[in-house]
Ligand binder design. Structure first.
Ligand code: GLN
Length: 478
């Protein structure tokens, strides 16, 4: 069985038609992980027992000639910020190094209920804070396309596992770009749904008003199948919207002719690598050949997006991470004498440098004397950024941009320069702040054969159109 070629439908029908068994598939993936992952570092924990039980369930269904559910027997893996019952969940942090949740994240439960087989948990930046996966407190992930380079972050394990054929599809999370940017760096598809489309129940919170769960996959169709499975209202998350979930897979095949594609000059300015620019311009031409109409749009507040994001995200993180105090979950420092000493030393030993930096920045932005100047101001600018998109989407159906200003950079290249790392998020944080959906799909390569990602942004709850444009592009690009 050629794992490289396995999409969801191919894996599922191979099991349904008994050309293979789900058990054999799972074993093939574990063999692959065993062989390859020592060079990549994508997995933190394997959930073999749970995987084999589910594979057996799917094989029995197939043996009885019963129809398999939409992901029946399909091996998937989960970013380690999503809780999995009975399976260690670390958020990439020592402070949760031994945490075993008693419940499942809704997105994980929905995938499993649809027949998916969960192979294990994927490495990520600590509490999803980072753009290179070098902030994992276990070990970094390497880019399967060039192991001297980062896979992107924070869902680096999720992107690398798909790129290295160590899972058919994976789940990631995106707060400021963490699904789309690693997808771009590793040459896979990454979809961030609209805020409120997918339940965050059981997602370890980084910045609650910005966090999104979504798929990383080999194809747009696989991303559509996963979204269809995990989307929709969840009584356990009051921010999930009561909006009907379309059949994204059916929507994929609708023609794109006549769609208006917005191009914003603010996304093609200083700092954009020449080869990336060229690839995006070529992609826009390909869309024009499909008889899409290319329309210039303006998103005038874009230059304020990175500072706005790093105020809002750190402020929310400082509040969310207060719960890791050595009492409720995970690690507790030993040999402390007083309660406050225990809190302090637990957090000092348990959190890494980037997480501490963000807690301090966020606490400062929320403190009495500075709240108005930083947090309140950032919220106002966030409204302006959202307004930019509202205006632009009066004229166009989607907006296309580069996903990242550069292709994958080298390990160690930016790790000591947080500002340079933050600036790399320039094209992705805007969509998180506005709550709109976005997808990154491969659209070319640099001379060094590094993948380049095309980002397609859409209107609130209109994932169907960005998936449709992505699918049409994938077909002409192939
Ligand atoms: N790179 C961004 C950050 O470090 C985005 C992270 C994310 O989307 N989880 O915050």
């Amino acid at each position: 069985m050629d794992l490289h070629l396995l999409t969801i439908d191919a894996a599922r029908s191979a099991v349904a038609e008994r050309k293979t068994t789900s058990m054999a598939l799972v074993e093939a993936f574990y063999a692959r992980i065993q062989k390859e992952d020592s060079q990549i570092g994508a997995y933190l924990t394997l959930s073999k027992e749970r995987a084999l039980e589910q594979a057996d369930r799917m094989d029995r269904l197939a043996a009885e000639g019963k129809p398999l559910p939409p992901l029946g027997g399909v091996p998937v893996a989960i970013k380690d910020v999503m809780c999995t019952r009975g399976v260690r969940t670390t958020a990439g942090s020592q402070i949760l190094g031994k945490f075993v949740p008693p419940f499942d994240c809704t997105a994980v439960a929905r995938l499993e209920a649809a027949g998916a087989v969960i192979l294990g948990k994927l490495n990520c930046d600590e509490f999803a804070m980072g753009s290179s996966n070098e902030n994992s407190s276990f070990h970094p992930v390497r880019n399967p396309r060039d192991t001297s380079r980062v896979p992107g972050g924070s869902s680096g394990g999720s992107a690398a596992a798909v790129a290295a054929d160590m899972a058919v599809v994976t789940l990631g999370s995106d707060t400021g770009g963490s699904i789309r940017q690693p997808a771009s760096f590793c040459g896979v598809v990454g979809l961030m749904p609209t805020y409120g489309r997918v339940s965050r129940y059981g997602l370890i919170a980084f910045a609650s008003s910005l966090d999104h769960i979504g798929p990383l996959a080999k194809t747009t169709k696989d991303a559509a199948i996963v979204l269809r499975t995990i989307a929709g209202r969840d009584p356990m998350d009051s921010t999930t919207a009561e909006v009907p979930v379309p059949d994204y897979v059916v929507e994929l095949e609708k023609p794109v002719r006549g769609l208006k594609i917005g191009v914003a000059k603010e996304y093609f300015g200083e700092g954009l690598d020449g080869e990336v620019r060229k690839a995006i311009e070529n992609a826009i031409q390909k869309l024009a050949k499909l008889e899409c109409e290319v329309v210039p749009v303006s998103l005038p507040h874009t230059e304020y997006a990175v500072p706005t994001y790093y105020i809002v995200a750190t402020a929310e993180a400082s509040a969310n991470l207060a719960r890791f105090d050595g009492v409720r979950y995970g690690y507790r420092a030993k040999g402390t004498r007083t309660l406050s000493d225990m809190y302090r030393r637990t957090r000092d030993h348990g959190f890494g440098a980037e997480v501490k930096r963000r807690i301090m920045l966020g606490t400062y932005a929320l403190s009495a004397g500075y709240y108005d100047a930083y947090y309140l101001k950032a919220q106002k600018v966030r409204t302006l950024l959202t307004g930019d998109f509202d205006e632009a989407f009066k004229k166009v159906d989607v907006i296309v941009t580069p996903t990242s200003p550069t292709a994958a950079f080298k390990l160690g290249e930016k790790v000591n320069d947080p500002l340079a790392m933050y600036l790399a998020d320039i094209y992705t944080v805007t969509a998180d702040l506005a709550g709109i959906p976005g997808i990154s799909i491969p659209c070319g390569e640099t001379r060094e054969k590094l993948p380049i990602g095309l980002q397609i942004l859409g209107k609130h709850f209109d994932e169907a159109t960005i998936l449709r444009v992505a699918h049409a592009f994938e077909k002409v690009a192939a």
